[in-house]
Ligand binder design. Structure first.
Ligand SMILES: NC(=O)c1ccc[n+]([C@@H]2O[C@H](COP(=O)([O-])OP(=O)(O)OC[C@H]3O[C@@H](n4cnc5c(N)ncnc54)[C@H](O)[C@@H]3O)[C@@H](O)[C@H]2O)c1
Length: 327
């Protein structure tokens, strides 16, 4: 059985591809390489093209008639860019997803797994959310994800396709076998900034220390990208047993980690500890949230296996070899 991974040359899509291969499922990759890497598709069936390009999608299905499901990871993902260029982001993430859905329907695709985000949830006082929590995305990027979910739900209620939206929390780490990892040299999330501080020998700034969390710093639900990938393998296997034409599932660990706690975890793994200093909040940042849901376990038979220190260790290992992987 094959699975088509749109955006399969990116960070998460390529890791899903590796997990599929390890599970005996053959990935077929469709990626425009707008942010993805050709190296991540090496040795895999790969179509360089846009999800909105009908003839390319038709060719993929004609050449791989046994595609059992499609995983749609293709998107632009940088929140500040989406604020600066909303037209570009709505076009890339919403318009192209709509075109892609039409191409999938034409080719008889009946199972679609959509990469959504926990960024669609409204902020809540107790810092936890489940799949029924109110949705109130706070950036154009997050709104593109909520719009795609709504659009795909309408399509699934009218057409012979079922849709599973997987709402990711905060992926960290890399493929434990170091086949793939983050392609960006300088990621802007907290762990990326810690690795930068570590490499450059400068202090790490804890931006925001007056949030309503246990120590005042922001809280996130850091999930190892390998656990995330494993959830997609389970979703592929269990797809037909999902309860309805449209399902949403949170993918997180169920544990919140504050930035100060992440610093401690980082220093327990890194050879050379980093110094951390409190600093002012960055505009647009939020206190954060973590999942309190067990739906992923119930419906997918999945739970996380990697702890946060493994995520940090694999991120550090990947950062050290990244430049050798990219030719
Ligand atoms: N990384 C995160 O923190 C995070 C969190 C929640 C959700 N997500 C979602 O997960 C998915 C994957 O994210 P990622 O971190 O791997 O990002 P990424 O940029 O590494 O991967 C996205 C991939 O999609 C490809 N792509 C983009 N537009 C395309 C198009 N029109 N046609 C074909 N290919 C296209 C890119 O070239 C890239 O390879 C995205 O949908 C994102 O919204 C990511």
């Amino acid at each position: 059985m094959k699975v088509l991974i749109a955006g399969g040359a990116g960070y998460i899509g390529s890791t899903i591809g590796s997990a599929c291969l390890d599970a005996g499922i053959t990935p077929v990759i469709l990626d425009s390489l707008v942010t993805g890497r050709r190296e991540f598709a090496a040795g895999r069936a790969f179509y360089e093209g846009d999800i909105a390009d009908g003839p390319t999608v038709d060719r993929v299905f004609a050449e791989h008639p046994n595609i059992g499901a499609v995983i749609h990871c293709a998107a632009l993902i940088v929140v500040p860019d989406s604020v600066a260029d909303p037209v570009g982001y709505y076009r890339a993430n919403v318009t192209k997803s709509l075109e892609f859905a039409a191409h999938l329907l034409r080719n008889g695709c009946q199972r679609l797994i959509f990469s959504s985000s926990a960024a669609i949830y409204a902020s809540v006082d107790d810092l936890t959310v489940d799949e029924d929590s109110p949705v109130d995305p706070q950036s154009p990027y997050a709104r593109t994800k909520a719009m795609c979910e709504a659009m795909l739900a309408d399509i699934a209620s009218a057409e012979p396709i079922r849709v599973l939206s997987l709402r990711y929390f905060n992926p960290i780490g890399a493929d434990p076998k170091m086949r793939t990892g983050l392609q960006l040299p300088r990621p802007t999330h907290a762990l990326g900034k810690m690795i930068e501080a570590h490499d450059d020998g400068v202090p790490f700034l804890v931006t925001g220390t007056d949030y309503p969390t246990r120590d005042g710093s922001g809280i996130r639900d850091y999930i190892h990208v390998w656990d995330l990938a494993a959830a997609h393998v389970q979703a592929f296997r269990r797809f037909d047993a999902l309860p309805g034409p449209v399902t949403a599932i949170n993918l997180g660990t169920g544990r919140g980690t504050t930035v100060w706690e992440l610093v401690d975890a980082f220093n327990s793994v890194a050879g050379r500890p980093i110094e951390a200093h409190p600093a002012a909040r960055r505009p647009g940042d939020i206190a954060g949230a973590y999942t309190r849901a067990d739906r992923a376990n119930r419906l997918l038979g999945w739970r996380t296996r990697c702890d946060i220190t493994e995520g940090i260790r694999h991120s550090l290992q990947w950062a050290a070899i990244r430049d050798q992987v990219f030719v």
